[in-house]
Design a protein around this ligand. Sequence first.
Ligand SMILES: Cc1cc2nc3c(=O)[nH]c(=O)nc-3n(C[C@H](O)[C@H](O)[C@H](O)COP(=O)(O)O)c2cc1C
Length: 171
Amino acid sequence: MKTLIAYATKHGCTENCAKELASLLKGEVNLCNLKDDINASIDLSKYDAVIIGGSIYAGQIQNEVRKFSQEKMEQLANKKLGLFICCMFEGDQATIQLNSSFPNQLVDRAIAKQCFGGELNIQKMNFFEKLIVKMVSKVEKNSNKTDIKDGTSDILHRNIYIMADMMNNAR
Ligand SMILES: Cc1cc2nc3c(=O)[nH]c(=O)nc-3n(C[C@H](O)[C@H](O)[C@H](O)COP(=O)(O)O)c2cc1C
């Protein structure tokens, strides 16, 4: 089986999760960063499976992921399809974000959908991002997740394993 993982990332968390997922998948796996122009006209015909992922900022996935999902919808119709997001919300809120990040047709027919958790890398954030995280961390000051000084990592490795397992065992 040949699999493509097409993703977009801002600060690297999604890329690291995509690489971890790739290491767990059987067969040949190609990684494609959708922010690299060279990947804009990627040919899906040589892949049996396609996994699409991105990260959530202010409730939205990257435009590149949205565009890729919409433009490739027809070619994705006969592929084993997986969808994932990286984000800091968990549970129902994360699921809502995942479902609203991809076209309904893809959400409905994906064989694996997972939220991989997220990372807040304060060093890589711009002024406005730091400000937003600071404001959110004040609102959630009882939460132990948002340590504004160092950032925080809350990757759900188990969900990456679950997705790999579902993709590997899909007929
Ligand atoms: C400015 C800002 C806004 C964010 N907005 C959301 C959000 O609306 N929902 C959410 O679940 N996570 C949100 N996050 C968390 C990111 O999705 C998380 O940091 C993710 O791991 C980033 O992945 P990346 O490094 O691949 O871009 C936000 C993070 C920042 C810095």
